[in-house]
Write a new protein. Sequence first.
Length: 153
Amino acid sequence: MVEIAILRLEGHDDRIALPFHATAGAAGADIRANFPDGAREGLVLEPGARALVPTGLAMAIPDGFEVQVRPRSGLALKHGITLVNTPGTIDSDYRGPIGILLVNLGAEPFRVTHGERIAQLVVAPVTKGSYVLAETLDETVRGHGGFGSTGRG
């Protein structure tokens, strides 16, 4: 298990739970909306709208790891709430506030409430590549086939 140091940000509710794994087999740790003082009523996401939802947290991720931010499947299925960039990445050298970029792909407005579980965090190792210019690339069966080139079904 990788230890992630968490800092609660001033002006946010310190009663909101830190990220946690809801079950023993859960890969993702649920993270909650934590609106600052004066904004605890939350926000309404209209259909098609997006918003950066505060968590009231900052974190120190060990070098060699990232934290991926992923949607919660229940919010996606029931309400069309997902992430604009999924998975999002929190880099090991970032120490600023953690915000979750939600988007409403559903047909109805959705209220994001203070303390609500809005996303999940997955700690993952990072392998860096070395990008080098080449004269040619090796041949494969797929070749230049891109989007949809392998068909459906």
